[in-house]
Design a protein around this ligand. Structure first.
Ligand code: ADP
Length: 459
């Protein structure tokens, strides 16, 4: 178990009579590890609610539980969609000061209304959308509804009261409560945000530090996207493997911040492009291939399909371990796809044509990823248009081996690109084959150790 500083864990029992230097806690409390090296059998930890710090017996804590993947899990449980004013009033009964909900106006579609109970009355505030921002009073402006509710829960502003209790929509479960209960909610005040290290499709990625641990923070400001990412996050809480980028937790503040371990060497495409053949040798390429394969074997065992496996979604850690990231499209089943968004050059023919996603379509993508690895980060199907790729691949065309690619590695790619999904090997079979390939390259050879010495790579 990796109890790195910043890891949150759950107390398995009470420690009501703490000795000097020890931390006081109850069963079920969430504690954050601060230091694991102070005393054998003990960790220094901070209590998430009392904020006290002290030593804890390492056998008294357990890992956090995964979040249940539930479509009702919501960052905006107080959002009721399109309901009328009278219906909203009905939902805010019996009266309770600070009880609130947000609805979409029926008369003015697209406009929101904040409804608050106070002094046995319900007040309706129209939320105006102006210059990409939301406002009630033309004084305070917000990026999104989450941001607005967060503000008025702390500050009354021009409302009659601060917001106290959300009236949840039927079936909605507060993501905040679930995250907090299970120990996945992190505290924004403990985060030191650093420089921007990447641009994702939905938001920027920053370097940061959380209680002494280097982290990456993906920020998602749009509330609708943030809501969609809640599902991704719930999936990530279930997964732990050395070759998957590890989720440390999330922060809810003006949207969603997803905090993961920091992968200092960036994505695999950039890693290979910027270093090239003279620095990274075939043995290292095979090790990256094996790393990704093991991560995928684990996903396969969890019956998860990645759907967007590509070298751009593989990140490299400080000690040069490749890990699969970006479970944005990962789904338990194969429904709901937006065809226009599919990464054509990486997607298996049956997935492109019939939306049949499976572990075997991930295997196809893995073959393309292998090609990218041995081509040192080149774009696959060089100089071919997407339309051309679709047609030719369907007709049986396959990419040639990248320059100087070991024949064994190319043979594996070809297996991944069998037209028939069931003829493609699974990830455990692929792992065996890669291990055989790797054993052929002698790590003790002069070339191997020179390579390791030059790059600081694993040998
Ligand atoms: P998206 O999937 O929305 O495109 P990504 O999650 O792939 O966004 O992030 C974009 C870029 O940010 C990545 O290519 C990578 O360079 C950087 N990045 C993302 N996560 C991390 C991380 N954990 N450590 C280091 N860099 C990261």
């Amino acid at each position: 178990m990796n109890w790195a500083p910043g890891t949150q864990c759950v107390a398995k029992c009470d420690n009501r009579k703490a000795k000097p230097g020890e931390l006081l806690y109850h069963k079920g409390d969430i504690l954050t590890i601060v230091d694991t090296s102070t005393r054998k059998g003990f960790y220094a930890a901070r209590h998430n609610t009392t904020e006290e710090e002290g030593l804890i017996n390492s056998s008294n804590v357990r890992e956090r539980e995964a979040l249940r993947v539930d479509p009702g899990l919501s960052l905006m449980p107080w959002f009721h969609g399109k309901i009328s004013g009278p219906t909203a009033v009905g939902k805010l009964q019996p009266p309770q000061d600070g009880l609130f909900l947000v609805r979409e106006s029926i008369r003015h579609p697209g406009d929101y209304v904040l409804c608050v109970s106070f002094s046995k009355e319900v007040f309706h505030y129209r939320v105006i959308y102006q210059d990409n921002k939301l406002t009630i009073d033309n004084q305070q402006y917000f990026y999104n509804l989450i941001d607005m509710i967060e503000f008025y829960s702390k500050t009354k502003g021009s409302l009659v009261t601060t917001l106290v209790t959300p009236r949840k929509k039927q079936g909605a479960k507060s993501a905040e409560q679930e995250l907090s209960k299970t120990g996945w909610l992190l505290d924004i005040t403990k985060l030191i945000l650093g420089e921007n290290i990447g641009e994702g499709e939905f938001g920027a990625v920053y370097r940061g530090e959380y209680m002494g641990q280097m982290v990456a923070v993906k920020t998602i400001k749009c509330d609708v996207t943030a809501q969609a990412f809640m599902q991704e996050t719930a999936v990530m809480t279930k997964l732990q493997h050395k070759n998957l980028v590890r989720l440390l937790g999330v922060i809810l503040h003006k949207g969603l911040h997803i905090v993961t371990e920091l992968m200092t060497k960036g994505n695999l495409v950039n890693f290979l492009r910027t270093r090239g053949r003279s620095v990274v040798g075939p043995a290292q390429l095979l090790r990256f291939s094996l790393d990704v394969c093991e991560g995928m074997e684990y996903l396969e065992s969890k019956k998860l399909v990645h759907r967007d496996l590509a070298a751009r979604n593989v990140l490299i850690s400080d000690d040069s371990v490749a890990k699969v990231s970006d479970f944005g499209l990962a789904k338990m089943d194969s429904k709901e796809t937006d065809k226009a968004k599919l990464p054509v050059k990486w997607t298996a023919p049956e997935a492109l044509k019939k939306e049949k996603f499976s572990t075997k379509s991930d295997v196809w993508s893995y073959g393309v990823l292998l090609w990218e690895i041995f081509a040192y980060g080149r774009q696959p199907y060089p100089k071919m248009s997407l339309k051309e790729v679709k047609e030719k691949v369907e007709a049986g065309y396959r990419m040639e081996a990248p320059e100087d690619c070991p024949p064994g590695a190319y043979a594996i790619m070809k297996l991944c690109w069998e037209q028939e999904p069931r003829k493609r090997p699974g990830f455990s079979k692929l792992r065996e084959k890669l291990e055989q390939e790797l054993s052929k390259t002698s790590p003790s050879s002069a070339a191997g150790s020179q390579e390791a010495a030059k790059t600081g790579l694993r040998s």
